[in-house]
Design a protein around this ligand. Structure first.
Ligand SMILES: *Cc1c(COP(=O)(O)O)cnc(C)c1O
Length: 454
């Protein structure tokens, strides 16, 4: 059949747009998706990639799939990278009770700023603050949109107009445009850097303190490490120095953990009892909850932050409060937290369990052709700048396709309706099972079988 005859068999745009099954897409998405799909089919016919016209139902299905992918701001993906807190893939997957609590409190009205006892206005932070204080032993707590906002609020409310003393070894960039010196400037304070990149002594801090000093700031160097000859001041010494001069000690911790995940990093509770006056950390790093910036500390300092005009601009919304509060509930029982909070479950999965997972996935892949697929040992990462230098041995399926390149295979897996994101290492595509939910194993095997079929 000649190309024009095939093209004439394609349905008309107007007819397609009348189809009831496409109504769930909304008018403009429907039109764009139909145009995209029809144009792609036409170009395939013209370049001989298609020699028969797809059926009407096939075309509708393609439009529906394209439209649904286009109409959502976010799409679920399968994280096979082994990076637990993958910043580009949404960091922490939430525990199951979080979406339930969001639905419960947000499909209708809630007590967001209402006190049921008095019938008057309540505080948006009251419930969350009580939970945080109970779990950590801090005097007071407040939470904002993310940890960058938390640090900015702390500096603006407590340090503006004065000098903030920071070690040169901690003037880091956390990613994007969050650089410690710039955040201090944005907070209206003057940076007073002390010591050297690899070594700062207590006397360096002490000599920098003057009548303009408003705080001592410590920053967790999350995503980088200074190795070799290094010296940093012990937290207890820094606390004593701050107390001697009646200055607050502020600590930007980055990924704060409420349970001990590493022998190198103190928990949030240990830092609070160790005398940090203001501690800032993320809700969606090691805590395993939604994006949030949690600030714990002395009541008088937290009250200042609460009253600062920036707080209104940086405050959390009700969906996040619901999700964070649900996540924190699990911490009342630490064993339960390790099971129910996905980030903690993934970080603490024993190696033999990971091997079992890899064997299960490999078993599902018996019908995958044209590809070598073997179980290999690999290294996962905590990610999100958390637990740097910590090793997480894991298992992966290593794929090496016979007929296409690994890059092509990776691209095809990314292009799926439910994208699978792996990691290329030494010419192989690795699917690290640490971050894969076993309920996705069948669909991964099925997709590989389809993509690699003759
Ligand atoms: C991640 C991180 C931040 C930023 O936290 P967000 O919650 O992503 O805004 C700030 N400081 C440190 C030390 C970090 O590790």
């Amino acid at each position: 059949m000649d190309k024009n005859a095939i093209l004439r068999q394609l349905p008309k745009m107007d007819a397609i747009l009348e189809e009831g099954c496409l109504e769930i897409l909304g008018r403009s998405t429907r039109t764009t998706a139909a145009k995209t799909v029809l144009e792609a089919i036409r170009s395939d016919i013209l370049s001989d990639l298609l020699v028969v016209a797809p059926t009407y139902d096939e075309i509708l299905a393609q439009i529906l799939e394209t439209g649904q992918a286009q109409s959502r701001g976010l799409q679920r993906v399968i994280n096979a990278t082994g990076i637990v807190l993958h910043t580009n893939l949404g960091r922490a997957p939430l525990p199951e009770n979080a979406p339930r609590h969001i639905a419960e409190t947000s499909l209708g009205y809630s007590t967001l700023e209402f006190d049921t006892e008095t019938g008057g206005r309540g505080s948006r932070m009251a419930g969350l603050e009580a939970q945080l204080v109970n779990l950590t032993g801090a005097e007071a707590a407040i939470a904002v949109n993310n940890n960058a906002a938390a640090v900015l609020l702390a500096l603006s409310a407590l340090c503006a107009g004065g000098e903030v003393v920071v070690s040169r070894g901690e003037l880091v960039e956390i990613g994007g445009s969050f650089r410690v010196p710039e955040v201090i400037a944005q907070g209206g304070a003057v940076l007073r850097e002390v010591g050297a990149t690899n070594s700062t002594r207590l006397s360096d801090y002490e000599n920098a303190i003057n009548t303009h000093t408003t705080a001592l700031l410590k920053v967790h160097t999350s995503n980088y490490r200074v190795e070799g000859f290094t010296k940093e001041v012990d937290l207890a010494q820094l606390r004593d120095l701050a107390q001697k001069h009646n200055l607050p000690l502020i600590y930007d911790l980055g990924g704060g953990a409420l349970i001990d995940l590493s022998h190198h990093e103190p928990t949030v509770q240990a830092l609070i009892s160790g005398g940090v006056d203001v501690l800032c950390f993320s809700g969606d790093k090691l805590l395993g909850g939604p994006q949030a910036g949690i600030i714990l500390g002395r009541s008088d300092l937290v009250a200042k932050m609460h009253k600062h005009p920036l707080y209104r601009a940086l405050r959390m919304d009700k969906l996040t409060i619901a999700a964070l509060s649900a996540t924190l509930e699990h911490y009342e029982d630490l064993e339960q937290a390790k099971e129910k909070i996905p980030v903690l479950a993934m970080l603490t999965t024993p190696l033999d369990k990971l091997k079992e997972k890899a064997e299960q996935l490999r078993e599902k892949m018996l019908n995958v052709r044209n590809c070598k697929a073997e179980i290999v040992e690999t290294m996962s990462q905590a990610g999100g700048g958390s637990l740097p230098g910590e090793n997480f041995p894991s298992y992966a399926i290593s794929l090496s396709p016979d007929k296409i390149s690994v890059e092509d295979l990776a691209e095809k897996l990314r292009g799926l309706y439910l994208p699978i994101i792996g990691r290329i290492h030494k010419g192989r595509l690795l699917l690290d099972v640490r971050t894969i939910d076993p309920t996705d194993f069948s669909s991964i095997a099925w997709d590989l079988q389809e993509i690699l079929a003759d």
